[in-house]
Design a protein around this ligand. Structure first.
Ligand code: SF4
Length: 91
């Protein structure tokens, strides 16, 4: 559920003020901001949030080619999360 962390607030270094996570998850043309992992990793498991709520295509579109090693880690987490879901009989 994408809305689960919407009410959390953090300081945005790009905009210079506090804002809710709801903004961050849609700041990139409806997809997560490229900085979302840097800004939220110490607040909640943001990688797991991304893996559980976005397709590989969406993650590639959100994070783009320049950050290839990061994309690869996200995709690996998506694969792991999906395998876990399949193992437990979900989806
Ligand atoms: S994820 Fe993006 S929009 Fe959200 S606080 Fe960080 S830099 Fe700002």
């Amino acid at each position: 559920m994408k809305e689960m962390h919407d009410e959390l607030e953090g300081y945005c270094r790009m905009l210079g003020h506090r804002l809710p996570f709801r903004y961050c998850r849609g700041a990139n043309e409806g997809l997560p901001c490229r900085k979302i992992m840097d800004c939220w990793y110490d607040v909640f498991p943001v990688l797991e949030f991304l893996a559980g709520n976005y397709s590989e295509e969406e993650l590639k579109a959100a994070f783009g080619a320049p950050r290839k090693t990061r994309i690869e880690s996200i995709i690996e987490i998506v694969h792991r999360a999906r395998n876990g879901v399949e193992d437990s009989g979900g989806e």
